[in-house]
Design a protein around this ligand. Structure first.
Ligand SMILES: NC(=O)c1ccc[n+]([C@@H]2O[C@H](COP(=O)([O-])OP(=O)(O)OC[C@H]3O[C@@H](n4cnc5c(N)ncnc54)[C@H](OP(=O)(O)O)[C@@H]3O)[C@@H](O)[C@H]2O)c1
Length: 273
């Protein structure tokens, strides 16, 4: 059971704080069972003051104490902490969970093929427990360890188990920016039609949330839901025709593809530093 285990976090920055916040707020794990190493005393003090985590003196101590050992340093720092992981002499009962963007599992090869490894990439809505995290498990991860990792990520939102080659596409697709831009455009459009901004904001936000709630309850193809909401000769078909004229769908497809290509480039740059 996760509540009886210890989770170590190497690096106590933004993503570490999100993970700690979700685990402690959801009472998944007590703060005392979360061990954090970070070079900045101010970060360790902040995290122990806010969540009651246990600060470690260094990365080696943190890694030795964790059943799950999270790598929460920036991608370009991962190579620098590998010697600490080696010095910790991790056993096959300890799982490394790397959340460093663009860093392949093969980076941790020097720890031996028996070392259980997980690569994960939680997205920003994880902060409120509504994230989506792709997970890649190495063959050394046992079914029990897999359950522990799934229980932990449950506190951050949904997970999807994928092949490592899919991560760049998911990195791009799971960014909330295009959704926020669409939201912003809807608000501006409402204001352009004469609505007060707070009214336009409320209507736009609830339309997005409500539309997704319908999809969740029905799991119908979006094209089917669009057809249902489009009365012939009505308001929605008029708007759809304009979106098509402006190449809305093509723009979204291109944007996500370009984002995935950029994720691949960044991954290559980080792996070579
Ligand atoms: N932020 C997100 O929403 C998010 C989401 C998914 C994945 N990630 C991944 O998570 C990783 C961390 O991102 P972040 O946004 O949390 O960055 P961050 O806020 O900069 O946190 C990284 C922390 O690691 C510390 N650090 C630096 N060198 C270290 C070392 N040798 N040993 C231990 N700790 C060290 C840093 O301290 P200093 O600041 O003093 O250098 C900093 O406190 C990245 O690889 C990123 O790709 C982030």
């Amino acid at each position: 059971m996760l509540a009886d285990r210890q989770v170590a976090l190497i690096g106590g920055g933004h993503i570490a704080e999100i993970i700690i916040h979700r685990l402690t707020q959801g009472k998944v794990l007590s703060g005392a069972r979360i061990i954090v190493s970070d070079p900045a005393p101010s970060r360790r003090e902040h995290l122990s003051g806010r969540f009651g985590i246990t600060p470690a003196v260094d990365n080696v101590e943190a890694a030795q104490r964790g059943d799950l050992v999270f790598i929460c340093v920036r991608p370009e720092v991962v190579q620098a902490i590998l010697p600490d992981l080696q010095a910790a002499r991790l056993g096959p009962d300890q799982v490394i969970v790397s959340v460093a963007a663009g860093i392949p599992l093969s980076t941790y090869e020097s720890l031996g093929e028996k070392q259980p490894l997980v690569r994960a990439l939680p997205n920003p809505p994880s902060r409120v427990g509504q994230g989506i995290a792709p997970l890649v498990f190495s063959p050394a991860v046992t079914p029990d360890q897999r359950e522990l990792v799934l229980a932990l990520f449950d506190a951050l939102g949904e997970v999807v188990e994928v092949e490592e080659s899919h991560l760049n596409a998911i990195t791009s697709l799971s960014s909330p920016v295009s959704t926020y831009l669409f939201f912003q455009a809807l608000i501006d459009a409402g204001v352009g039609c004469g609505l007060p901004r707070p009214v336009a904001t409320q209507v736009a936000s609830q339309t997005i949330v409500g539309s997704m709630a319908v999809w969740r309850s029905r799991q119908a193809a979006p094209a089917e839901l669009i057809a249902e909401a489009s009365t012939p000769g009505g308001v929605s078909v008029e708007s759809l025709a304009v979106l098509e004229q402006h190449g809305f769908e093509a723009a979204v497809v291109d944007a996500i593809a370009q984002g995935a290509a950029r994720a691949a480039e960044l991954g290559k740059e980080s792996s070579s530093t």
